[in-house]
Design a protein around this ligand. Structure first.
Ligand code: FES
Length: 99
């Protein structure tokens, strides 16, 4: 599984967009937990790198749909689910399992 970033590159309530094996992965730090989600909003494809992080969800910059960081499920329209990948931290390295 690839190391995609260092922990200090994703500050608290911050995001970092990385490309892993041709796949854009948005790393999100919410209260010290790192999440790895797709960058493309499942509604109409807006880049979520510009999303607002609040109360455990990402709020899309285009129409404001809120996606739970843990489950990926949209709180406003649950038929939309944000893809996410398991994250492991080893020392100061963020490892994402894209399998
Ligand atoms: S494109 Fe993200 S909510 Fe519409």
């Amino acid at each position: 599984m690839p190391v995609v970033a260092k922990l200090n590159e994703v500050p608290s309530l911050g995001k970092k967009l990385v490309t892993v094996e041709g796949q854009e992965v948005l790393l999100v730090n919410f209260k010290g937990t790192i999440y790895a989600v797709e960058n493309e909003c499942p509604h109409q494809g807006a880049p979520l790198a510009g999303a607002i992080i609040k109360d455990g969800h990402l709020s899309c910059p285009r129409h404001g749909y809120r996606f739970d960081l843990g489950s990926g499920v949209c709180k406003d329209f649950p038929e939309f689910v944000l893809k996410s990948w398991p994250v492991r931290i080893e020392g100061d390295e963020i490892i994402v399992d894209l399998a």
